[in-house]
Structures are given as structure tokens and as C-alpha cells.
Design a protein around this ligand. Structure first.
Ligand code: ADP
Ligand code: MG
Length: 254
């Protein structure tokens, strides 16, 4: 199986040159293979966002190496990273991060702006992905004219339009109601099952996590437990995740 991402000994210290540096990540190793669907959970402040940011070029680690698609991104210049990001990664955020002054269509096209595609090809790509996500009727609307669920679908379309090697999603359902959250996760699962899209996601919701194939727990900047879905039903996997989370909270009361 092809390796999409390999993180080795990844560290992040905030305020490195201050009197009180804070070590948010204490040396994490992670390999993501093609078609993985990995979910990261952990208490608030445990380093989940820091971890996915430093392994996906949004932020730089202060130690360790990150290789994506065979390329070491730890040594790249800002300019190289900018291009690399657009060509290889798709990002989905809790607050959607759509640009309010652009239509849904223009928002979805943003990652193609550095490509050499013609205007016609870009329109075709945008329409194809929008159709797949059931938002082709919204292409000429502005984000503020769309519901939360529709905005998140637009953000997912934007993340997918380049057919990236990896989709990185930090609390993608954090601003959605339960029904929309499940719809978005069913979509993730479908993209993973049917199109082989590789997904790395952070959530604090066990139900949302139960759509993944592998679960990693982060605590105090270190990877603790790993749970795999394997042949379990989603319900069995969900109970295992709930159980791991409750062990976690029981420790807090000892
Ligand atoms: P999580 O996503 O798991 O809630 P974060 O990765 O956001 O956690 O944060 C991990 C730790 O690093 C927290 O203690 C947080 O206060 C600290 N931290 C996060 N970002 C910064 C920053 N820019 N500067 C200093 N400390 C930070
Ligand atoms: Mg976070």
C-alpha cells in the first residue's frame, strides 16, 4: 500500500525562545497509508490541532520530520509549501473558512488558482465535484445565502477539487447540528470507501469518530491508545471508543 504521509518524532514547542517554552508535542510517529480514514481524539488542549497542523504544512514542527507523498516538507521554503499545499492537500475546518466575497463556485475553485488549468477546465472540475456533493444548485450563491450544512459541503468540495493525496479535517462538524454532522460523516465514509480518499480527522464526538477506520488518542502531546475498526460493526466500534474515552475521564478523578 502506498504511504501518503510519514511523521517521525514530530515535536512542537511553542515559545521556543522565551522564558517559558511549552512542549505541545513530545515526539509523535504516525504513518498514513492510502485509503486510511484516521480519527484523532483527546482532551481539550492535548495537542490535536497542533499535531494535524504541523503534519499538514499549516504550521512547522520544531523537531522531527514529515514526508508527504515521498517529499520531505520539513525543509521546504514558504513558497514551495504554498504550492505543495494546493497540489497535495485538502483542508476542512470547523468554521468552514469560505471567502464571503466569492460565490460558492469561486470558493471551490480557489485551490485550482495555482494550477495551469484553463478557465473551462476549472469550471468543469468545480461542477463535477459540486454535483457529487449535491450542491450544484448553489454554485452562484454566496456563503451567507447557504445553510451551515451547505457551507460545509462547499468547503469539502473545495478540499476535494484538486484530488488531493490527503484530506485534513479539524472538528469538521463542530458547527453543525447532529443531523448535518452525520450527513457529512456519511459523505466522508462514502468518499473513503468508494473513491479511495485518504482522510485524517479530529473530533471530540465518539459518534462522529465511529465513522473512521482507525482511532488515535492524544494526551499531553503524546499518542496513547490506538483502536482499529477492523471487522467490527460501527456500533461495536462506537462502544469501544466511548469506553476508551470514559477510561480517559476516570483517570482525571483518581
Ligand atoms: P487541542 O486541539 O487538542 O485542543 P491544541 O493543539 O490547540 O489542543 O493545543 C495544545 C496545547 O498547546 C494547549 O496547551 C494550548 O494552550 C497550546 N497552544 C496551542 N497553540 C499555541 C500557540 N500558538 N502558542 C502557545 N501555546 C499554544
Ligand atoms: Mg483543537
Amino acid at each position: 500500500m502506498d504511504e501518503v504521509l510519514k511523521a517521525t518524532g514530530v515535536e512542537k514547542t511553542y515559545g521556543l525562545h522565551t522564558k517559558q517554552p511549552f512542549k505541545a508535542l513530545k515526539g509523535i510517529d504516525l504513518t498514513i497509508d492510502e485509503n486510511d480514514f484516521i480519527c484523532i481524539m483527546g482532551p481539550s488542549g492535548s495537542g490535536k490541532s497542533t499535531f494535524i497542523n504541523v503534519i499538514s504544512t499549516i504550521d512547522n514542527p520544531t523537531g522531527g520530520r514529515v514526508v508527504i507523498g515521498g517529499q520531505d516538507v520539513t525543509d521546504m521554503t514558504e513558497e514551495q509549501l504554498g504550492r505543495f499545499k494546493y497540489e497535495n492537500l485538502g483542508f476542512i475546518f470547523q468554521d468552514f473558512n469560505l471567502i464571503g466575497s466569492l460565490t460558492i463556485s469561486e470558493n471551490i475553485a480557489v485551490p485550482l488558482s495555482l494550477s495551469h488549468k484553463s478557465k473551462q477546465e476549472i469550471i468543469q472540475d468545480v461542477e463535477a465535484v459540486a454535483k457529487k456533493l449535491g450542491i450544484d444548485h448553489l454554485l452562484h450563491k454566496y456563503p451567507e445565502e447557504c445553510s451551515g450544512g451547505q457551507r460545509q459541503r462547499a468547503a469539502i468540495a473545495r478540499a476535494l477539487v484538486n484530488q488531493p493525496k490527503l484530506i485534513v479535517a479539524d472538528e469538521p462538524t463542530g458547527n453543525l447540528d447532529s443531523e448535518n454532522s452525520h450527513e457529512i460523516l456519511r459523505l466522508f465514509k462514502q468518499l473513503n470507501d468508494e473513491d479511495g480518499v485518504t482522510i485524517l480527522m479530529v473530533t471530540h464526538d465518539s459518534m462522529i469518530a465511529s465513522y473512521s477506520k482507525k482511532l488515535l488518542f492524544i494526551k499531553d502531546g503524546e499518542l496513547e491508545t490506538t483502536i482499529e475498526k477492523l471487522n467490527k460493526t460501527q456500533k461495536e466500534y462506537y462502544y469501544e471508543i466511548v469506553d476508551a474515552n470514559s477510561k480517559e475521564s476516570q483517570e482525571l478523578f483518581q
